[in-house]
Ligand binder design. Structure first.
Ligand SMILES: [Zn+2]
Length: 302
């Protein structure tokens, strides 16, 4: 996947941008922000938006299991994954794991190429689906681009996604940030999130995990507003998070370790290539959920 800085090359936009007068067209966010803020070239803005959508719509997941599958399977329906990503990987992973158990909820804070909506009936789904109320084709969600002053309120779909994230941040016991660096173009977004998290009555007990390859000191500076005393950890990858050490049980494991002083044995989600094998491995956890009884015992190897 390209990161923002690589996007201009991936979308083959260098020539168009140079022709418009950008001498060094490398910073997608800054260029897009300038084009939109000044309103000087709506044709180019349309061209960029069209290419972004086309590029991301073509992406598919490999057949073997991916990080997206492990991420989705590491949570339950009481959890929320909120993403800024436009790419279809998370929705595609959702679709191919949905038969296993009820999955975590998803919120698309900047829209998503795979997700579509019927605004009139407040129905969301995949872009190939019809609205189950009116029968009409669902319409693509608006993609929100990286400008300094983002408008999260005008588009009803995006406004609703933010409301859902705030609802969860007001109540959650654990917050994991992964692949999101809180860039300076996102000041308002980060403020919205930190206000909701700080209003959470569980703020004093909850745990924050930041997964990022940047130096610890830099991460502590960026995410300080989210931390209560030392109730946080910074990690280089997801393997060490509560989510992946105690899949589907992160909050229960945290409660047993900190409130009960009786930590559970680690039950790290394996990196099986085969998705079927991964499904087999989590079967005991799903059986516990269906029986309404959690043991905290690790899953046997399959
Ligand atoms: Zn409808």
């Amino acid at each position: 996947m390209p990161v923002m800085q690589q996007l201009i090359d991936c979308l083959d936009l260098t020539a168009s941008l140079k022709a418009t007068g950008f001498i060094d067209p490398t910073n997608f966010e800054a260029i897009y922000d300038e084009l939109v803020t000044t309103g000087c070239n709506p044709t180019l803005v349309n061209e960029i938006e069209g290419r972004v959508r086309k590029y991301f719509e073509c992406l598919v997941l490999p057949s073997e299991s991916t990080l997206y599958d492990r991420l989705i399977l590491s949570m339950r329906e009481t959890d929320l994954i909120a993403t800024f990503n436009w790419d279809p990987f998370l929705p595609l992973a959702y679709a191919r794991n949905a038969h296993i158990q009820r999955l975590p909820q998803l919120a698309f804070l900047h829209g998503n190429v795979e997700i579509a909506v019927c605004l009139k009936d407040r129905v969301t789904g995949f872009r190939w689906q019809q609205c189950h109320k009116c029968g009409e084709s669902l319409q693509p969600t608006k993609l929100l681009y990286p400008v300094k002053h983002k408008d999260y309120n005008t588009d009803p779909f995006i406004a609703n996604e933010w409301k859902r994230l705030e609802w969860f941040l007001d109540r959650a016991y654990m917050l994991t940030v992964f692949g999101y660096g809180a860039p300076s173009t996102d000041v308002e977004a980060v403020e919205l999130m930190s206000n909701a998290w700080k209003n959470n009555p569980r703020f004093e007990l909850g745990q924050v995990n930041i997964v990022d390859i940047r130096p610890k000191r830099q991460l502590e500076k960026t995410w300080q507003p989210f931390f209560c005393r030392n109730h946080y950890g910074t990690l280089k990858n997801l393997r060490g998070t509560w989510l992946f050490r105690y899949p589907r049980r992160s909050c229960e494991a945290l409660a047993f370790a900190t409130l009960q002083q009786a930590p559970w044995k680690t039950n790290r989600i394996p990196r099986f290539k085969s998705l079927a094998k991964l499904h087999k491995w989590i079967e005991p956890l799903i059986a516990e959920e269906n029986a309404g009884q959690f043991t905290g015992l690790p899953c046997p190897m399959v």
